[in-house]
Write a protein that binds this ligand. Structure first.
Ligand code: ADP
Ligand code: MG
Length: 367
């Protein structure tokens, strides 16, 4: 079932200093019931604004939003359902718990506002606290707690209303990396228990990949690609998505007679299949863990530097003028200065002028 539908949603902000900024640009999106769906993209690409429009904290400039088939924002009809009537829970990056209320009072607050009777309130708060590992701490005030515990209070306060949809705006960004990882799993566990749809905003690709059933990569207010983490990782639609989903090296390559020569080396062709529609200059993208480094055949290269990391060895090797990174398991190790041969089974190709979007973004940031 379609849980959240956005149709041609646009949001402009007008300020004195910047004039009109299009934060969200004609966005179309459908999120299914029960999905864990992430918005991923660089800072300023419109993630929070999109989430706030779904929540009803922000009006639309154009377009419409439907929740469970019910219109909640329709600009053309001036229809607007306020946030508290949308059946949503929300957790933000800043912990936003009330310091003058103890944990019980913080979590019970939304039920008090809704005038839920006392017995039911106690039952629901107890369940929310149990599932966020805060039971036994009802009387504690948040000020004395760690960031992780404060974020658990915010989570408990959001689930206590039994929302159909949980909107999470970078809820883990202010936590240390280890805690961040364990909280990811806790959020998934909460979803199983309380059965809500999750919309999760993040600029952290590994967080999005670990949590999401599907995700949307955004840039400058636009949808760039929607898909499962595997689809986006293995079939990025352009260089921007490719770059956003994990470490990659981009090497300029000249195409001559159907063969690919790395820039700076007109002698040795790369052992790759050149795409049929290749232009004379292309970009070859390679992920460090998808390059075969061996002693027998492939593109002849030289180890410029090697480092030993806990789970793999990392090499910098020369490919024409470029130096690219390779990660391999700890076996058949190569020495610095040693000759090696490279194969690129995971290579992906982009037109050499596909950096345009990035240039546009840089221009905007300079303004
Ligand atoms: P993200 O969450 O992806 O970092 P935002 O949705 O917060 O991005 O912002 C998108 C764009 O809209 C940015 O250029 C930002 O400066 C602008 N913006 C967001 N909120 C406002 C506002 N209240 N007034 C003016 N501009 C805003
Ligand atoms: Mg944001």
């Amino acid at each position: 079932m379609d849980q959240i539908v956005l149709k041609n949603v646009t949001k402009n902000f007008t300020t004195k200093t910047l004039g009109t900024v299009t934060a969200v640009d004609n966005l179309n999106l459908t999120i299914q019931k029960g999905e864990c769906f992430s918005f991923l993209g660089p800072s300023g690409c419109g993630k929070t604004t999109t989430l706030r429009m779904i929540a009803g904290f922000e009006d639309l400039t154009e377009g419409e939003i439907h929740l469970c088939g019910r219109p909640v924002s329709v600009k053309s009809k001036n229809l607007y359902v306020p946030p508290e009537e949308r059946g949503l829970g929300m957790v933000f990056q800043s912990f936003a718990v009330w310091p003058h209320l103890n944990i019980f009072e913080n979590v019970a607050f939304p039920l008090k506002v809704r005038k839920v009777d006392k017995a039911q309130m106690h039952e629901r708060v107890a369940k929310a606290l149990k599932h966020t590992s805060l039971d036994g701490m009802e009387k504690v005030f948040p000020g004395s707690l760690s960031g992780g515990q404060q974020q658990r209070i915010a989570l408990a306060r959001a689930i206590v209303t039994n929302p159909e949809v949980m909107l999470l705006d970078e809820p883990l960004s202010n936590l240390d990396p280890k805690l961040r990882e364990s909280m990811r799993f806790e959020i998934k566990e909460l979803q199983k228990e309380f059965n809500f749809t999750i919309v999760f905003v993040t600029h952290d690709q590994s967080e999005a990949m670990a949590l999401s059933d599907r995700m949307m990569v955004m840039d400058m207010g636009k949808v760039i690609q929607v898909g499962t983490p595997t689809e986006l990782y293995n079939q990025p639609i352009n260089q921007f998505v490719h770059k956003f989903l994990g470490l990659s090296t981009f090497t300029y390559v000249n195409i001559r007679d159907g063969k690919a020569y790395p820039e700076g080396d007109p002698e040795n062709a790369l052992p790759v299949e050149v795409p049929a529609n290749a232009e004379s200059r292309m970009i070859m993208a390679t992920r460090p863990n998808q390059i075969d480094m061996n002693r027998t055949s492939g593109y002849p290269s030289e180890v410029v530097k090697r480092s030993f990391l806990t789970n793999h060895a990392e090499y910098l090797v020369k490919v024409g003028d470029a130096v690219i990174k390779i990660q391999t398991p700890h076996r058949n190790e190569f020495a610095q200065g040693e000759t090696c041969y490279l194969r690129f089974p995971g290579a992906m190709w982009y037109a050499a002028d596909s950096e345009e979007l990035e240039a546009e973004r840089n221009r905007r940031q300079l303004v």
